[in-house]
Design a protein around this ligand. Structure first.
Ligand SMILES: C[S@@+](CC[C@H](N)C(=O)[O-])C[C@H]1O[C@@H](n2cnc3c(N)ncnc32)[C@H](O)[C@@H]1O
Length: 276
Protein backbone atom coordinates (compact mmCIF):
# COMPACT_ATOMS: atom_id res chain seq x y z
CA UNK A 1 0.00 0.00 0.00
CA UNK A 2 1.46 3.40 -0.89
CA UNK A 3 1.75 6.23 1.64
CA UNK A 4 -1.10 8.23 0.12
CA UNK A 5 -3.48 5.28 0.52
CA UNK A 6 -2.92 5.35 4.27
CA UNK A 7 -3.87 9.01 4.72
CA UNK A 8 -6.75 8.47 7.23
CA UNK A 9 -4.53 6.43 9.57
CA UNK A 10 -1.82 9.08 9.29
CA UNK A 11 -4.24 11.75 10.44
CA UNK A 12 -5.12 9.61 13.48
CA UNK A 13 -1.44 9.53 14.44
CA UNK A 14 -0.94 13.31 14.33
CA UNK A 15 -0.42 14.79 17.79
CA UNK A 16 -0.71 18.57 17.64
CA UNK A 17 0.18 19.05 21.32
CA UNK A 18 3.84 18.08 20.84
CA UNK A 19 6.33 19.91 18.60
CA UNK A 20 7.46 17.94 15.53
CA UNK A 21 10.63 18.71 13.52
CA UNK A 22 8.78 18.81 10.17
CA UNK A 23 6.14 21.28 11.40
CA UNK A 24 8.69 23.42 13.29
CA UNK A 25 10.82 23.63 10.12
CA UNK A 26 7.67 24.55 8.19
CA UNK A 27 7.06 27.37 10.71
CA UNK A 28 10.60 28.72 10.28
CA UNK A 29 10.17 28.60 6.50
CA UNK A 30 7.01 30.72 6.81
CA UNK A 31 4.60 27.84 6.05
CA UNK A 32 1.10 27.32 7.42
CA UNK A 33 1.26 23.60 8.30
CA UNK A 34 2.17 23.99 11.98
CA UNK A 35 0.49 24.19 15.38
CA UNK A 36 0.98 26.16 18.61
CA UNK A 37 3.36 23.56 20.10
CA UNK A 38 5.54 23.75 16.96
CA UNK A 39 5.57 27.56 17.02
CA UNK A 40 6.40 27.65 20.75
CA UNK A 41 9.28 25.20 20.25
CA UNK A 42 10.45 27.09 17.14
CA UNK A 43 10.41 30.38 19.06
CA UNK A 44 12.29 28.85 22.03
CA UNK A 45 15.07 27.56 19.76
CA UNK A 46 15.12 30.90 17.93
CA UNK A 47 15.62 32.61 21.29
CA UNK A 48 18.95 30.74 21.58
CA UNK A 49 19.70 30.99 17.81
CA UNK A 50 17.92 34.09 16.45
CA UNK A 51 18.97 33.37 12.86
CA UNK A 52 17.46 29.86 12.78
CA UNK A 53 14.67 30.76 10.28
CA UNK A 54 17.37 32.11 7.94
CA UNK A 55 19.36 28.90 8.44
CA UNK A 56 16.28 26.86 7.46
CA UNK A 57 15.91 28.90 4.26
CA UNK A 58 19.60 28.50 3.45
CA UNK A 59 19.34 24.75 3.99
CA UNK A 60 16.43 24.65 1.57
CA UNK A 61 18.44 26.63 -1.00
CA UNK A 62 21.31 24.17 -0.60
CA UNK A 63 18.93 21.27 -1.27
CA UNK A 64 17.81 22.93 -4.51
CA UNK A 65 21.41 23.57 -5.65
CA UNK A 66 22.48 20.02 -4.73
CA UNK A 67 19.63 18.40 -6.71
CA UNK A 68 20.39 20.68 -9.60
CA UNK A 69 24.10 19.75 -9.50
CA UNK A 70 23.32 16.04 -9.22
CA UNK A 71 20.91 16.05 -12.15
CA UNK A 72 22.64 18.50 -14.46
CA UNK A 73 26.33 17.86 -13.77
CA UNK A 74 26.54 14.39 -12.19
CA UNK A 75 23.98 12.76 -14.51
CA UNK A 76 21.85 11.36 -11.67
CA UNK A 77 18.29 10.33 -12.56
CA UNK A 78 17.27 8.50 -9.35
CA UNK A 79 16.90 9.97 -5.84
CA UNK A 80 16.26 8.48 -2.41
CA UNK A 81 15.25 11.49 -0.28
CA UNK A 82 15.01 10.50 3.41
CA UNK A 83 13.65 13.12 5.83
CA UNK A 84 11.61 14.76 3.10
CA UNK A 85 9.72 17.32 5.19
CA UNK A 86 6.34 18.89 4.53
CA UNK A 87 6.20 19.63 0.79
CA UNK A 88 7.16 23.18 -0.07
CA UNK A 89 8.34 24.95 -3.23
CA UNK A 90 11.01 23.12 -5.21
CA UNK A 91 10.85 19.65 -3.74
CA UNK A 92 13.47 17.21 -5.01
CA UNK A 93 11.37 15.81 -7.88
CA UNK A 94 10.29 19.27 -9.03
CA UNK A 95 13.89 20.47 -9.33
CA UNK A 96 15.16 17.21 -10.89
CA UNK A 97 12.25 16.73 -13.31
CA UNK A 98 12.55 20.31 -14.58
CA UNK A 99 16.00 19.28 -15.80
CA UNK A 100 15.00 15.77 -16.92
CA UNK A 101 11.33 14.71 -16.67
CA UNK A 102 12.35 11.04 -16.48
CA UNK A 103 13.86 11.42 -12.97
CA UNK A 104 12.51 9.05 -10.31
CA UNK A 105 12.30 9.95 -6.63
CA UNK A 106 11.54 7.87 -3.52
CA UNK A 107 10.58 10.06 -0.58
CA UNK A 108 10.81 8.78 3.01
CA UNK A 109 9.73 10.42 6.26
CA UNK A 110 8.48 9.10 9.62
CA UNK A 111 6.18 12.00 10.49
CA UNK A 112 2.45 11.38 9.95
CA UNK A 113 1.95 15.02 8.96
CA UNK A 114 4.33 14.53 6.02
CA UNK A 115 2.44 11.36 5.08
CA UNK A 116 -0.81 13.35 5.21
CA UNK A 117 0.71 15.77 2.66
CA UNK A 118 2.22 13.02 0.53
CA UNK A 119 -0.13 13.65 -2.36
CA UNK A 120 1.80 16.86 -3.12
CA UNK A 121 4.96 14.75 -3.40
CA UNK A 122 3.37 12.36 -5.86
CA UNK A 123 2.91 14.85 -8.68
CA UNK A 124 5.46 13.27 -10.98
CA UNK A 125 5.80 13.92 -14.66
CA UNK A 126 4.38 11.03 -16.73
CA UNK A 127 7.93 10.12 -17.85
CA UNK A 128 9.29 9.91 -14.28
CA UNK A 129 7.96 8.55 -10.97
CA UNK A 130 7.63 9.52 -7.33
CA UNK A 131 6.61 7.37 -4.37
CA UNK A 132 6.36 8.06 -0.68
CA UNK A 133 7.37 5.62 2.08
CA UNK A 134 6.19 6.08 5.65
CA UNK A 135 9.42 4.81 7.27
CA UNK A 136 12.24 5.70 9.64
CA UNK A 137 15.85 6.45 8.68
CA UNK A 138 16.90 4.49 11.79
CA UNK A 139 15.54 1.37 10.09
CA UNK A 140 17.48 1.37 6.80
CA UNK A 141 16.79 -2.32 6.12
CA UNK A 142 13.04 -1.68 5.91
CA UNK A 143 13.57 1.27 3.56
CA UNK A 144 15.96 -0.61 1.29
CA UNK A 145 13.78 -3.70 0.99
CA UNK A 146 10.48 -1.84 0.56
CA UNK A 147 8.65 -3.09 -2.56
CA UNK A 148 7.71 0.47 -3.62
CA UNK A 149 11.38 1.47 -3.55
CA UNK A 150 12.37 -1.64 -5.52
CA UNK A 151 9.63 -0.92 -8.08
CA UNK A 152 10.69 2.72 -8.48
CA UNK A 153 14.50 2.69 -8.37
CA UNK A 154 16.83 0.50 -10.40
CA UNK A 155 19.37 -0.32 -7.69
CA UNK A 156 21.93 -1.40 -10.29
CA UNK A 157 22.07 2.22 -11.56
CA UNK A 158 23.45 5.23 -9.59
CA UNK A 159 21.17 6.76 -6.95
CA UNK A 160 21.53 10.06 -5.08
CA UNK A 161 20.88 9.45 -1.40
CA UNK A 162 19.61 12.72 0.13
CA UNK A 163 19.96 13.05 3.92
CA UNK A 164 19.29 16.76 4.15
CA UNK A 165 18.76 18.15 7.67
CA UNK A 166 17.70 14.77 9.05
CA UNK A 167 20.73 13.11 10.67
CA UNK A 168 20.75 15.59 13.57
CA UNK A 169 17.49 13.94 14.68
CA UNK A 170 19.43 10.70 15.22
CA UNK A 171 21.32 10.40 18.53
CA UNK A 172 24.83 9.02 18.86
CA UNK A 173 23.33 5.98 20.62
CA UNK A 174 21.32 5.24 17.49
CA UNK A 175 24.55 5.10 15.43
CA UNK A 176 23.96 7.66 12.65
CA UNK A 177 27.28 6.76 10.98
CA UNK A 178 26.35 3.07 10.86
CA UNK A 179 22.95 3.97 9.36
CA UNK A 180 24.57 6.02 6.60
CA UNK A 181 27.08 3.22 5.89
CA UNK A 182 24.25 0.68 5.53
CA UNK A 183 22.39 2.94 3.09
CA UNK A 184 25.48 3.81 1.02
CA UNK A 185 26.61 0.16 0.92
CA UNK A 186 23.33 -0.71 -0.81
CA UNK A 187 24.01 1.71 -3.68
CA UNK A 188 26.16 1.00 -6.77
CA UNK A 189 29.36 2.78 -7.72
CA UNK A 190 28.66 6.22 -9.20
CA UNK A 191 25.96 6.93 -6.61
CA UNK A 192 26.08 10.10 -4.50
CA UNK A 193 25.50 10.99 -0.85
CA UNK A 194 24.18 14.45 0.05
CA UNK A 195 24.17 15.52 3.71
CA UNK A 196 23.37 18.70 5.56
CA UNK A 197 23.64 18.79 9.34
CA UNK A 198 23.54 21.37 12.15
CA UNK A 199 26.94 22.01 13.70
CA UNK A 200 28.42 23.44 16.86
CA UNK A 201 31.47 24.80 15.06
CA UNK A 202 31.62 28.61 14.81
CA UNK A 203 29.24 28.97 17.74
CA UNK A 204 29.39 31.64 20.38
CA UNK A 205 30.07 30.02 23.81
CA UNK A 206 26.50 30.49 25.10
CA UNK A 207 25.10 28.80 22.00
CA UNK A 208 27.62 25.97 22.21
CA UNK A 209 26.49 25.29 25.79
CA UNK A 210 22.89 25.07 24.59
CA UNK A 211 23.91 22.81 21.71
CA UNK A 212 25.67 20.39 24.05
CA UNK A 213 22.56 20.01 26.22
CA UNK A 214 20.39 19.13 23.22
CA UNK A 215 22.61 16.25 22.03
CA UNK A 216 20.03 13.71 23.17
CA UNK A 217 16.41 14.23 24.19
CA UNK A 218 16.18 17.88 25.21
CA UNK A 219 13.06 20.00 25.68
CA UNK A 220 12.58 20.14 21.90
CA UNK A 221 13.28 16.48 21.18
CA UNK A 222 16.54 15.38 19.61
CA UNK A 223 18.69 18.03 17.97
CA UNK A 224 22.22 16.63 17.84
CA UNK A 225 24.60 19.43 16.86
CA UNK A 226 27.85 17.81 15.63
CA UNK A 227 31.32 19.08 14.81
CA UNK A 228 32.53 19.39 11.23
CA UNK A 229 34.94 16.55 11.93
CA UNK A 230 32.11 14.19 12.92
CA UNK A 231 29.92 15.31 10.02
CA UNK A 232 32.84 14.70 7.63
CA UNK A 233 32.89 11.07 8.80
CA UNK A 234 29.53 10.49 7.08
CA UNK A 235 31.51 10.75 3.83
CA UNK A 236 34.20 8.19 4.77
CA UNK A 237 35.20 6.15 1.72
CA UNK A 238 33.48 8.60 -0.67
CA UNK A 239 34.89 11.36 -2.90
CA UNK A 240 33.63 14.79 -1.83
CA UNK A 241 32.86 16.95 -4.84
CA UNK A 242 34.30 20.49 -4.76
CA UNK A 243 34.13 22.57 -2.65
CA UNK A 244 33.95 19.73 -0.07
CA UNK A 245 32.34 20.07 3.33
CA UNK A 246 31.14 23.67 3.56
CA UNK A 247 28.45 25.85 5.04
CA UNK A 248 25.04 25.71 3.35
CA UNK A 249 25.55 29.45 2.86
CA UNK A 250 28.57 29.01 0.59
CA UNK A 251 28.31 25.57 -1.11
CA UNK A 252 28.21 26.36 -4.88
CA UNK A 253 26.31 29.51 -4.00
CA UNK A 254 28.00 31.93 -6.41
CA UNK A 255 24.73 32.42 -8.31
CA UNK A 256 22.51 32.96 -5.24
CA UNK A 257 21.17 36.51 -5.12
CA UNK A 258 22.78 38.68 -2.43
CA UNK A 259 23.11 39.82 0.24
CA UNK A 260 24.22 36.50 1.70
CA UNK A 261 24.09 35.59 5.41
CA UNK A 262 27.29 34.76 7.28
CA UNK A 263 28.40 31.21 8.09
CA UNK A 264 27.73 31.96 11.77
CA UNK A 265 24.12 32.88 10.94
CA UNK A 266 23.38 29.48 9.40
CA UNK A 267 25.28 26.89 11.41
CA UNK A 268 24.72 24.01 9.02
CA UNK A 269 27.43 22.05 7.20
CA UNK A 270 26.76 20.31 3.92
CA UNK A 271 28.47 18.20 1.33
CA UNK A 272 27.92 16.01 -1.71
CA UNK A 273 30.14 13.00 -2.38
CA UNK A 274 30.46 10.30 -5.03
CA UNK A 275 30.77 6.60 -4.29
CA UNK A 276 33.82 5.34 -6.24
C1 LIG B 1 14.32 19.82 9.03
S1 LIG B 1 13.26 18.78 8.08
C2 LIG B 1 14.18 18.68 6.56
C3 LIG B 1 13.31 18.56 5.32
C4 LIG B 1 14.07 18.54 4.01
N1 LIG B 1 14.97 17.41 3.92
C5 LIG B 1 14.83 19.82 3.82
O1 LIG B 1 16.03 19.81 4.09
O2 LIG B 1 14.24 20.83 3.45
C6 LIG B 1 13.59 17.18 8.81
C7 LIG B 1 12.67 16.08 8.36
O3 LIG B 1 13.21 14.85 8.82
C8 LIG B 1 12.17 14.05 9.29
N2 LIG B 1 12.69 13.07 10.25
C9 LIG B 1 13.13 13.30 11.52
N3 LIG B 1 13.52 12.14 12.08
C10 LIG B 1 13.31 11.17 11.15
C11 LIG B 1 13.49 9.75 11.15
N4 LIG B 1 13.97 9.13 12.23
N5 LIG B 1 13.18 9.07 10.03
C12 LIG B 1 12.68 9.70 8.93
N6 LIG B 1 12.46 11.04 8.88
C13 LIG B 1 12.78 11.76 9.98
C14 LIG B 1 11.19 15.02 9.93
O4 LIG B 1 9.89 14.48 10.06
C15 LIG B 1 11.26 16.18 8.96
O5 LIG B 1 10.30 16.06 7.95
Amino acid sequence: MSGADRKPRALDRIDTSVAHPARRYNYWLGGKDNFQADRDSGDAIAAAFPTVPMAALENRRFLRRAVSFLTREAGIRQFLDIGTGIPTADTTHEVAQRIDPSCRVVYVDNDPIVLAHARALLTSTPQGATVYLDADVRDPATILSHPDLRRTLDMSEPVALMLVAVLHFVTDDEDPHGIVRTLVDALPSGSYLTVSHVTMDHMRPENAAYARTSQSHGPHGVLAFRSGERIARFFDGLELVPPGLESVVTWRAADEPGPRPSIEDAQIYCGVARKP
